[in-house]
Design a protein around this ligand. Sequence first.
Ligand SMILES: Nc1ncnc2c1ncn2[C@@H]1O[C@H](COP(=O)(O)OP(=O)(O)OP(=O)(O)O)[C@@H](O)[C@H]1O
Ligand SMILES: [Mg+2]
Length: 593
Amino acid sequence: MTTVFGRPPGLGIGAKPFGDAENHGRAGRARAGFSSGPVTGYAGLVDALSVTEGRLRALLAAGVAVSSELSLDGLLHRLVELAAELTGARYAALGVIDASGSELEQFVTHGVDVETRREIGSLPRGRGILGVLIRDAKPLRLHNLSEDPRSVGFPPAHPPMRSFLGVPILLRGVAYGNLYLTEKEGGEDFTQEDEDLLTLLAGQAAVAIENARLYEASMRWSRQLQSLEEVGNALATETDLERLLDLVVRRLRDLVRARVVAVALPSGEDDLRFAAVAGTDAEELIGETISRSGSKSGKVFERRRSERSDSLIDDPEVHQEVTRRLGVRTGMWVPLIVRERAIGVLEIHDKEGGDGRFSDDDLRLAETFAARAAVAVELSQRVASDALRRVVRAQELERGRLARELHDETGQALTSILLGLKPLEDALAEHPARAALAELREHVVLALQDVRRLAVELRPAVLDDFGLVAALERLTEEFAEQTGIRVDFHSALGEARLPEEVESALYRVVQESLTNIVKHANARSVSISLARRDSTVAAVIEDDGGGFDQRVVREGGVGLLGMRERLALLDGRLEIESRPGAGTTLVAEVPLR
Ligand SMILES: Nc1ncnc2c1ncn2[C@@H]1O[C@H](COP(=O)(O)OP(=O)(O)OP(=O)(O)O)[C@@H](O)[C@H]1O
Ligand SMILES: [Mg+2]
């Protein structure tokens, strides 16, 4: 070794600095190293030694250069350049092996200009000779690439390449990729020394790649942590549900760099509704519903476990209609969970850049985000329903007050007028104004009826005084009388009163159902029954009218929506069974606590 590293006079560091043009890599190209020819005499030996030393120095310099490069992309480009310089190769490339270990996912080149690269077209995936190195991670030297039986030839427009040297880059014993060199300068073959040098460079490259990867990963994590922190703060301060959901999808989209992010919330018995969507051309999905049993979102909602799919068309659980409309290929689904209960699902599609697939890290990041988002969403849902509950309660109180006022004030005033008319009518029995008086009486009677009806509609006193069953008996009788529709009312509830808000809610549900029947059903008969099942109480309203298609209900109708909201406030639910031409059945169920 001393002959290699020992310095003959005049060839010290001062004489041959790292940046020396002759000895820095290029020197190796000009003259052969050890194994390329016999060394004759002392002068020849000195010459050969200086060449070798120069190349080793260049290698050391390369080591310094690559270890200071922290961007992985920059590093790979620097490596192919250095490999070409060290060995005098015209072309150099670095192929990065994909996760399956059988193909190349990245191919960084040196020596092929942009124009030629474009003409060659798609980059090699790792067949032929490149594949040999992928399967068998050992250095390979060839005199002529095309003559090797394992070669698959070159695509058109590919520059001719003959001499070849390839060495693997091993990270902790696992093949990360390969360095490939072709066309040693002067038409010569690559030498054993080239191979040794390249192997040393590959060793240095491995360490540098590992460092760059760790550095990039730590940078990525610190960036992501920072934005998670920001998101957490933003989520904590936004209480308006709609704005919050919008914030959730937009922030998550930035965070995982996805093309589309949507949040779906449960709606009805078996549906999910897209409450917010972020992504180009994807917003039209907002407000649409999909069935839980027929979608991946629904399955994830029910399983309460996140999932990733690299190919949506091959996944039988995926809602293909949504996939087609969004034009997406991959997806991640993450449930929003609060106290072990799923309250929604985040649906994430197509990673920006690359082939659209998400990594395990992306999924973990989305899960971390979802955990925070879920708490914020649930809180603001609670705030919203508390507000609604207060509104409903205040509304019922106000209606009661108005009803009493109408009854006590306006009703009494009209009754007084009627009473006052009586002596007048008696006194003016034969008077010509008698007819006008009779007409006046008629008006007052009608006005009084209107006032009573309005008062009852607003809030029947009987509901407060005698309870739901009595109030519904009254309501259904009046309904039958006014509309001519037959009504069967049956209660199996007995005498006991129900909690006030349950009575109010069920009364309003039946009231709105009857209004709907008059307005839309064209029914001949209606049956209404109240029953208790275990710890719930249910009202069933069935008509024999025209029915309707629930998927195409008129927009802007607030009746059914109001029923659902009121029942939901009591943790109850509304089920509708209706088909055009087949009548309608509504079941409103409320748990009793
Ligand atoms: N019993 C029924 N028979 C037939 N169609 C019905 C019945 N109940 C509801 N519908 C249909 O469902 C739609 C929605 O009802 P909803 O009560 O929400 O709104 P609306 O009655 O049209 O308006 P609003 O209640 O706001 O005055 C109705 O427009 C109607 O088409
Ligand atoms: Mg209605």
